[in-house]
Design a protein around this ligand. Structure first.
Ligand code: GLP
Length: 250
């Protein structure tokens, strides 16, 4: 796995933005997108750019179950606010958080992924090492599935809601196999709360207990971290990847 460690999140977002420019120039056609605070800087750069997405498809990783697409905390709303209203795609897909027939919705989403193979998948990281909403224990061969969120994830995401009991406890998420089917994967992680998961993913075993570690089995993955997210990596690994955009890590 490739690793870039930056002075701060802003420099890392700029570097990821440049990767997007390059991949779009090279013909990337289907973008797998992520939500959360981590990619906000990237989406701002993409929104302000001269890049044209009107011939591209986007497929999002996940959606809370029980929130309508116009709910301010739904991922559909987030994507619209941060990217789609500035840069419309030819078509943008997210799981339907209000689907009555969940099995049919999972099948619909798997079919979308199969019909639009993802060129470049963007990932953030949950504090417990989840990707999308693939919580610890999710098998490597999983496709889109209905998820019971862990208490830790609900705690981490409650900052976006008025009260903890407003945070949905379930979601629909692309599976690990869906994510690994992308031709290329970019991971962004910022802040000390991500340091444990990052260290496990790089230096621990491939394990269902840390879904991020499954990326070790993919041939083309690049991590873009700030110093804090890299802080629990071994000294050897950090020395081999000097800080970009500033002085070396101590
Ligand atoms: C949620 C999302 C993930 C995201 C994670 C981290 O759980 N389902 O896709 O990576 O939050 O969010 P943040 O970037 O806000 O730390």
């Amino acid at each position: 796995m490739n690793l870039h460690i930056f002075k701060n999140a802003q420099d890392a977002s700029q570097a990821v933005y440049e990767q997007y420019r390059d991949r779009l120039e090279k013909g990337a056609h289907v973008l797998g997108l992520a939500t959360g605070s981590t990619p906000e800087g990237l989406y701002e750069l993409l929104s302000q750019s001269d890049l044209d997405f009107s011939d591209l498809y986007s497929i999002n990783l996940d959606e809370y179950y029980g929130l309508a697409s116009d709910h301010p905390q739904s991922y559909a709303y987030f994507m619209n606010q941060h990217l789609f209203r500035h840069k419309p795609f030819k078509a943008s897909f997210l799981p339907n958080g209000l689907a009555q027939d969940i099995e049919a919705e999972l099948e619909r989403y798997n079919q979308i992924i199969q019909n639009h193979p993802i060129d470049l998948q963007l990932l953030g990281v949950g504090n417990n090492g989840h990707i999308g909403f693939n919580e610890p224990g999710t098998p490597k061969d999983s496709l889109t599935h209905y998820v019971q969120l862990t208490e830790e994830t609900i705690d981490a995401n409650q900052r976006f809601f008025n009260h903890r009991d407003e945070v949905p406890s379930t979601a629909i998420s692309m599976g690990i196999a869906s994510i690994l089917s992308a031709k290329e994967i970019i991971v962004m992680a910022f802040g000390p709360q991500k340091a444990w998961a990052i260290a496990q993913a790089f230096e621990g075993p491939v394990s269902e207990q840390v879904p991020l570690s499954f990326l070790q089995t993919h041939p083309r993955v690049t991590f873009y971290l700030d110093q804090a997210a890299a802080s629990q990596l071994s000294r050897e690994l950090r020395q081999a990847h000097p800080l970009e955009g500033g002085e070396s890590l101590s």
